[in-house]
Design a protein around this ligand. Structure first.
Ligand code: 2AM
Length: 171
C-alpha cells in the first residue's frame, strides 16, 4: 500500500487552487491533478504492508497536529517532473515543526526521514514548462489547517486516487 501524510485544503481553498491551476496551465501546459487530489504532502512513505498501514493509522489517530495557518504566495518549478507548485515566500516554522515531529514518530516505525530539507509545496501541474515568472498571477491565499491525514494512494483506471485512511483528532 502506497502511503503518505498530507494536509487537505477545505472546499473553498480547493476551488481557488483548482482555478489557479487551470489559469496557469494556459501558459505552462502540463497536467492538473484531479480537483479533489490537491494537497500538501508532509511525509511520503512509499509502499508499506497492510499490517504496517494499520499500525500507522493508529499512530495517526494519536498524533497531535496543532491548528495553524500558512500563506501560499509564491510559485516554483521543479525541473524534474516539470512540477509547477505553489508555496510560501517566508519560512513556515509551524509546518516545519509538525513535519519534524511526524518524522520523529515515524522513525519508531522503521522509516527514515528524507535527507532533503522540507519545502512545503502544493503541486498544481505536472510535466509543465518552466513559467515566465512575470506572467504568473499574484497569489495570496491563507490555508488554515487543523488535522493531518494519512492517505492511501490507490492506482485506478484513471491514474491515482487518494483515499483517507486516518486523520489526527482535532483539539
Ligand atoms: P509532488 O506533489 O511534489 O509530486 C503523493 O505522491 C505525494 O507524495 C505527492 O504530493 C508527491 O509530491 C509526494 N512525494 C514525495 N516524495 C515522493 C516520491 N518519492 N514518490 C512519489 N511521490 C512523492
Amino acid at each position: 500500500m502506497r502511503l503518505f501524510f498530507a494536509l487537505w485544503p477545505d472546499d473553498a481553498l480547493r476551488h481557488e487552487l483548482v482555478a489557479l491551476a487551470r489559469q496557469v496551465q494556459g501558459s505552462c501546459g502540463g497536467r492538473r491533478p484531479r480537483d479533489e487530489a490537491i494537497h500538501l504532502t508532509l511525509a511520503f512513505l512509499g509502499e508499506v504492508s497492510p499490517a504496517q498501514a494499520s499500525e500507522l493509522a493508529d499512530m495517526t489517530r494519536g498524533f497531535h497536529c496543532p491548528a495553524g495557518q500558512w500563506t501560499l504566495d509564491r510559485f516554483g518549478h521543479f525541473r524534474r517532473g516539470g512540477i509547477l507548485w505553489l508555496g510560501s515566500e517566508a519560512p513556515v516554522p509551524a509546518l516545519d515543526a509538525v513535519q519534524a515531529r511526524l518524522w520523529q514518530a515515524l522513525t519508531d516505525y522503521g522509516f527514515t526521514p528524507p535527507s532533503r530539507p522540507f519545502l512545503p509545496h502544493v503541486t498544481l501541474l505536472r510535466k509543465a514548462r518552466r513559467p515566465r515568472w512575470d506572467k504568473l498571477p499574484a497569489v495570496n491565499l491563507d490555508w488554515h489547517y487543523n488535522k493531518l491525514v494519512l492517505i492511501h494512494s490507490v492506482a485506478d483506471g484513471r491514474g491515482r486516487r487518494y483515499d483517507s485512511l486516518a486523520h489526527t483528532t482535532t483539539a
